[in-house]
Design a protein around this ligand. Structure first.
Ligand code: SF4
Length: 191
């Protein structure tokens, strides 16, 4: 990593923390756990975003394609946004569960843009869960043209990343399922 990339990385990490990330860590790509079973779980049982969100399977790169591209990277930023829930999980997820997910998406987009400007020309961001930029994705009606192609990012899980194993490997905690009174969303920026 050249000197100005090193400085840019430190600045990005500070900015992400200032803007609301609960945790931000620089990680080695070797610590990213990819497992075909994660993608399998998009279909077994069938996730309600499968084929209904352009940032989820089958629209995103396959696990094999992702592994191949991942081999070309050496480091990344893993970040989390956590929040206490006023209404603990009962039988269904409340809207407040997704408020930090939106914040995470915003930070991933921002961090990726800053990384690109800082000399990481292959910077690529991944969010947690499906893209929620629109109330309803165009894919629900069979559309394939994203309304916000420069803002939408795929989910980590969609390309086969085992988010829990990756977070644990680098010393970040992750709230276990089912969600109770706290929620944590995790995202990744490949550098
Ligand atoms: S930005 Fe909208 S149309 Fe594009 S993937 Fe996200 S939800 Fe779908």
């Amino acid at each position: 990593m050249i000197e100005n990339q090193k400085n840019a990385l430190e600045t990005i990490i500070s900015l992400l923390k200032e803007r609301g990330a609960s945790s931000v860590v620089r990680i080695n790509v070797a610590d990213i756990v990819v497992d075909e079973r994660v993608r399998l779980k998009c279909r077994v049982p069938l996730c309600d975003s499968y084929h209904r969100n352009l940032m989820c399977p089958p629209y995103v790169p396959t696990v094999a394609e992702f592994r191949e591209a991942l081999n070309r990277y050496s480091m990344a930023i893993l970040l989390q946004v956590s929040a206490e829930l006023e209404k603990p999980y009962a039988n269904a997820l409340s809207e407040e569960v997704f408020v930090p997910a939106k914040k995470l998406h915003e930070l991933i987009h921002f961090g990726e843009k800053e990384a690109f400007a800082g000399g990481f020309r292959f910077a690529a961001g991944f969010i947690g869960g499906c893209c929620r930029l629109c109330d309803e994705c165009v894919a629900v009606d069979g559309g394939t043209r994203c309304r916000f192609p420069f803002k939408a990012r795929p989910s980590m899980e969609a390309v086969g990343i085992d988010v829990m194993a990756t977070a644990e490997k680098v010393g970040l905690s992750i709230d276990a399922f089912p969600i109770s009174n706290r929620v944590t969303w995790t995202g990744l920026i490949l550098l």
